[in-house]
Design a protein around this ligand. Sequence first.
Ligand SMILES: CC(C)(COP(=O)(O)OP(=O)(O)OC[C@H]1O[C@@H](n2cnc3c(N)ncnc32)[C@H](O)[C@@H]1OP(=O)(O)O)[C@@H](O)C(=O)NCCC(=O)NCCSC(=O)C(=O)O
Length: 797
Amino acid sequence: MSGAYDGVRVLDASGAIAGAMAAMYLADQGADVVRLLPPGRGPLDGGPGALCWDRNKRLCALDRAAPAGAAQLRRLLAAADVLVVDDTPDELDRDGLDPDGVRAAHPDLIHLWLPLLAPAAPWGRLPADPLLADAVSSASGEHGSYDGHPLALVTPIAAYGQAILGATAVAAALLGRDGAGGGGAGRGSAGRGRAVLVSGLHATAAMQAASLTDAEGIIRASQPGGGGSSPNYRLYRCSDDRWLYLGALTEPLFLTALDVLDLFEVLTMPGVDGSMLNMLRPGVGAPVVARLAARFAERPLAHWERLLTDAGVPNAPAQTRDEWWAGEVVASNGMRRVHVHPELGPVEIPGDPVRLSRTPGTFFHLPSTQAFVDAAAVWTDPRPAAAAGEPAGEPTGEPAAPLAGLRVLDLGSFVAGPFGSTLLADYGAEVIKVEGPGGDPYRIYTVSFLAFHKGQADIVVDLKTPEGRETFHDLVRSADVLLDNVRPGVRERIGTDYATLAAINPRLVRGTVTAWGTGNPLSATPAFDPLLQARSGLITAQGGAGAPCQSAMLVHDIGTGSLVAFGILAALYARRRDGLGQEVVTTMVNSSVMMQAGEFVHHAGRPAPAVGGHEYVGDTAVHRLYPCKEGWVAVAATTPEHAAALVAAFGEGSEPGGGPGLGGGSEVDAVALLRAPARGPAAERITAALAGLTGAEAAGLLAAAGVPAAPVLDRGGFLTDPWFAAAGILTRIDEPDLGPCTVVRRYADWSGNPVEITAAAPPPGADTRRILAGLGYSDDRIAELLAAGAVREHAAP
Ligand SMILES: CC(C)(COP(=O)(O)OP(=O)(O)OC[C@H]1O[C@@H](n2cnc3c(N)ncnc32)[C@H](O)[C@@H]1OP(=O)(O)O)[C@@H](O)C(=O)NCCC(=O)NCCSC(=O)C(=O)O
């Protein structure tokens, strides 16, 4: 068995990054992926990143608009297990690839649709331009710049996030269709094909799930700022002008950092009152930041890096992408692969980010002219028994949730592991959070904790006691999956390493997340998301020649959690064949490479990836963010028609905003505008023309004139935007302590029976008794375990 998805056929009819990369994840795990390209399009016409996301695929030239091509497409659809598309709704309708139409003709097919913008929103028919998606999703508005205005993102993070979420949803849908492979209670479902929608807005909502969770009275950092939100968790400039990210996310870590900095006195500053969380209150954090900034400015980066690291405080230098790529951490994780391309010579591309111990999926080739095959010759042979294993059963009305019947144990903390369980719960699995007596330290961030644990069950088991461990082993026997993101060494200490667990339950799939992987100097050090942003070059690329700019999105936590969820689902699919589980390993390093996958492709002559500036608003005068009298607007003209429409809207005489117009009327060279710099005379004229409008008015007016445009929403705008409510991106949950909370509803929309999680996050030990009773433990036995402190339960108030 070489790959988990051996024999699974994927038709990749995508046009942009997200679809191609979702299919890549399946190809990496052995799926037979056929990528359709319009005739005349070369394998690398999609840019250097295609070397990564079209690897391990066969390429087919196919003209969907021509009768012969359309007939061939229909034949391929009938032979495929999965179709991946990422076009706009109009384009799908035109080509007969809309979910309803395709599913009606091919009820067993999984239709994965990855539009950048959610089709239900008014901007669903806008072009798939990251500038627009980042604007409406609040990614730009919340990406703090140093003077508080929105930033255009230079890395297509939404598309990368969407790709791995999409792959994960397909992986769940395949299990739902083909059965998850018997063994425990109620495995599999009678599900057949599905239509699954994962938009770029699902991805940005995932990466902002913590900040989009909202409850009355919740305090958030008042000024995001380009360097980070609070004194304990932000960038500081050192005396050698290099930047260091201080990642003291918890109070104990912050106290240690203050010790290193000899700055305990900040705890007595006004409003701090000895509590780190108070520094999030308006006006309280800024003077503390100033004190820490002054201290960091006294010594060079290496000095602080050494002291903080020796004291166990997570920290990282802001590096360039090149430094990260060339360093030993990326290499030791197998993420820098060198291949000889038949046309380009040596190329470097990201490696496999998810490693399955038993089914590694070893096949590897790059997209080149040699990867083309004739569409007529594809899938003409009888269907392989891809779905061998448990029979899918006949459809019985609406299919069950894709992962119904699967039990997942999550021993992780913070976000990078738990987001994997968040996804598995979203797809219908039963998730049990297993906490030690100390509990998950992330619980101090109450709303964020809710975001990643809603609807889960909770048991407290002390794995450092013999009875606790014995009880835990019984729990492991009942489970399909276990995952965590603890530090290296912890697993062996508490007996949760794969070798120990596999001896107890050979069917178990174990997901293992670490920060830095093994065998490199960082392996033993703790990590949080922004440290990866700093080391990987993400924030240096965004800041350009200016100060580095942190993303407020949990790019790597969500990336890593999604990667491990995908690997787990692939391993469950492989388990259907022989009933055996395996270990799935991924790292935050792997995620940091995949979340800049295209940027990390290297070959001779490749154009340099985009670089921002710490006040970066876009790349041309007609493709950038503009301030309005209230709010901002994203203008995304990329064709001569768009530019001409912009001139018509704002040319001399029209002046809809009451401003001076572009000037020159018909004399304005629309095509030249497409190349006009983002800051210059043309941009100034557009700024003046928009100055009399609000962001929403400007967006409406431009869109009506035929210029792609959207309002730039901030967090508040996103939370209250009626279209997001209509698109079902958010929902409400009643939390016993916090009251009604707004939360991100789910990370994929499904045809048929979607899971609707309405329960809050559990307190520690909320389900201890129920879970143990389910394992067959008597009341007396449970009482003994409680008395011995081997397990704990939540005392009802
Ligand atoms: C996230 C961490 C910094 C958290 O560090 P810690 O709080 O110190 O936890 P550790 O993982 O190191 O270890 C957990 C400790 O709890 C103990 N432990 C755990 N479970 C149990 C049970 N059930 N019973 C008894 N003891 C237990 C375990 O033995 C360890 O103690 P000892 O035996 O005494 O050692 C680290 O786990 C880490 O770097 N993980 C890898 C990277 C990662 O996932 N980072 C979080 C990203 S999320 C993020 O960035 C964000 O939230 O933002």
